[in-house]
Design a protein around this ligand. Structure first.
Ligand code: G3I
Length: 318
């Protein structure tokens, strides 16, 4: 078979994964990426702390390696991420002109990757988890020092640096019809109405398996109605919370993955699905939950799990 990517390409969709740039030199890891994915996002190497550890001096080693690998293998790249309240370099805390530092950072990174990185997560996790805060925005250093205007400035800076790049706001907890997704929608629709260059939204989709996905399609539709595309951008589904034996859990997890992918396939504006890592053992959730968590499509030996077949089926279904 042609793997997940052949199935996804039938409907012009991207099927992606988060990549650890330091593992690219491992032939087995590289082979796994090539077999199934046509889309890559660096898990950490394009973040602020990785690319501008010292103000004004950029380092692109990890990202360049991923971009070269992607070019050799006909993969599309999404850059992650330009503005986030985490993984910031230490110097940010003491910087005098934060707005200028943010714009210079965006300009430096996007210009370097102009023509090579097609999509950018301009914003990551800027929406507050709780209601009542200023404009529904999370209280990051950007928000508290610059106010909500930083959001528009960020998109404009990215667009100026590469007018062909497609720009996203990416967030977690925005997948279903909830108060948080309403705040996300409100921010995004404000930007669209103002003519700010935003082209898509990312639903991170870190699921614990207990979610009812019944209104995910409705939620997606309202973003599509704004003229935006949607990406499922950091998909993983926890396994441990499902009941029963290992086999039962793997089956329930597979069913859950299938539902998510089917929802994307039923929405024309949903153009990409990215899992947040390749193997269970690559997942950030192991450090959060413990070594028995198995949230992804492959086990540590690259064996395809039931979730893999479920995703493949869902991609082929339409
Ligand atoms: O590279 C260093 C290594 O040199 C050092 O020995 C080691 C000791 O702690 O740390 C390593 O860095 C870690 C890095 O991952 C690479 O493994 C950082 O401590 C750790 O904080 C970092 O975690 C990343 C996390 O973002 C940071 O917030 C995860 O890999 C990454 O999967 C996760 O990704 C985020 C998305 O960007 C945004 N959405 C949520 C998602 C999951 O948290």
């Amino acid at each position: 078979g042609g793997g997940l990517k052949l199935a996804a390409a039938r409907t012009n969709r991207l099927i992606g994964t988060a990549v650890d740039d330091q593992k690219l030199s491992d032939p087995q890891y590289a082979r796994a990426l090539k077999a199934d994915f046509n889309f890559v996002t660096c898990e950490n190497c394009m973040k602020f702390d990785a690319t501008e550890a010292n103000q004004g001096s950029f380092s692109f080693g990890g990202g360049d390696a991923l971009v070269a690998f992607a070019a050799q293998n006909n993969m599309t790249v999404k850059g992650h991420c330009l503005v986030w309240g985490q993984q910031l370099p230490g110097w940010i805390a003491g910087v005098g002109d934060l707005q200028k530092a943010m714009v210079d950072h965006i300009n430096g990174v996007v210009t370097h990757y102009k023509g090579k990185v097609k999509y950018w997560d301009v914003l990551n996790e800027v929406i507050d988890d709780n209601p009542g805060s200023q404009d529904g925005m999370k209280g990051t250093v950007y928000q508290s020092r610059l106010g909500t205007g930083y959001v528009e400035a960020a998109f404009r800076a990215a667009h100026a640096a590469d007018p062909d790049a497609l720009l996203l706001a990416n967030d977690y907890g925005v997948e279903l019809m909830t108060d948080k997704s309403q705040r996300f929608y409100d921010m995004v629709s404000r930007l669209v109405k103002k003519g700010v260059p935003i082209h898509g939204v990312g639903f991170q989709s870190h699921f614990d398996g207990t979610e009812k996905l019944t209104d995910m399609a409705t939620n997606m539709q309202r973003f599509a109605d704004l003229g935006l595309f949607i990406m499922i951008s950091e998909l993983d589904v926890q396994y441990l919370k499902f009941p029963g034996s290992d086999q039962d859990k793997l089956k329930a997890q597979a069913d859950f993955y299938k539902k998510v992918v089917s929802i994307c396939m039923s929405q024309r504006a949903c153009k990409a699905i990215t899992t947040w890592g390749v193997r269970d053992s690559d997942s950030w959730l192991l450090t959060q939950i413990g070594p028995n968590e198995k949230p992804l499509l492959f086990d540590m030996k690259y064996t395809k799990k039931p979730a893999y077949s479920a995703v493949l089926d869902a991609l082929n279904d339409q």
